[in-house]
Design a binder for this molecule. Structure first.
Ligand code: ADP
Ligand code: MG
Length: 238
């Protein structure tokens, strides 16, 4: 479970087309990185998959079922925003519990999932603190914890580390990769950072002005960039 297929998906805002017809196949359990310069449509594509934006035309399938008209809460996907999306007045426990409360998950099950997420994310000792009493990295882990407890088919990350300093970013990259190894859940990770793409991805999708320049493993893109844009962006010598 956790495959996502885009079929001839387009998106326009008013008269302006930002995603021309686009096909993409994401396999169950894959770590897929959308990479490309600012404004190329990465967030829009992620929001279309999440259902936070409606497609202008085309279809989105999740686990082989047409999800194009399915509302975001019913798609079984969890979006991880930057850590500032936490509720500052709530404890870590309550922040993590929030989506389960909304979904009506029974209390005992909520507590079980919080304990599991806290263990995976090394947050067990911080559950009664507020976000303001945590480091940037811990806050980001809380944001991820809030996604984990939903037990999604796939995680969608939109530049989750862009607020963190360089050293912390390297740490969190490793932690997210480890989390992927542990959960074996599909992850789509948006970044404009080539190093993040090359070090984290099973599959990289290089975007440029809304269209896909190339899809491939980091090694494939490095060794065989299709054009100068990909070569320049990935940093390969071609
Ligand atoms: P990225 O995440 O790669 O930086 P975005 O997906 O945010 O790019 O934006 C892609 C293009 O779509 C940009 O030109 C942006 O201005 C435009 N865009 C994004 N959201 C909207 C919106 N709600 N209304 C109009 N234009 C938008
Ligand atoms: Mg963006």
């Amino acid at each position: 479970m956790g495959s996502i297929t885009l079929k001839q998906v387009t998106k326009s805002f008013g008269e302006v087309n930002v995603i021309p017809p686009l096909d993409l196949e994401i396999n169950d359990g894959e770590f897929v990185v959308f990479v490309g310069p600012s404004g190329c449509g990465k967030s829009t594509l992620l929001r279309l998959i999440a259902g936070l934006e409606d497609v202008t035309s085309g279809h989105i399938e999740i686990d082989g079922n047409d999800a194009t008209m399915v509302p975001p809460a019913k798609r079984g996907l969890a979006m991880v925003f930057q850590s500032y999306a936490l509720y500052p007045h709530m404890s870590v426990r309550k922040n993590i519990a929030f989506p389960m409360k909304m979904a009506g998950v029974p209390q005992a099950e909520q507590e079980k999932r919080i304990a599991n997420a806290a263990k995976v994310l090394n947050l067990s000792d911080y559950l009664d603190r507020r976000p303001g009493q945590l480091s940037g990295g811990q806050r980001q882990r809380v944001a991820i914890g809030r996604a984990i407890v939903r037990e999604p088919e796939a995680f969608l990350f939109d530049e989750p580390l862009s607020n963190l300093d360089a050293a912390l970013r390297v740490n969190m990259r490793l932690e997210i990769s480890e989390l992927h190894n542990t959960l074996e859940t599909t992850m789509i990770y948006v970044t404009h950072d080539q190093v993040e793409a090359m070090t984290m991805a099973d599959k990289i999708v290089v975007l440029h002005a809304g269209h896909i320049e190339q899809v491939g493993s980091p090694l494939e893109l490095y060794n065989n960039p299709r054009n100068k844009f990909v070569a320049g962006f990935i940093g390969s010598p071609k």
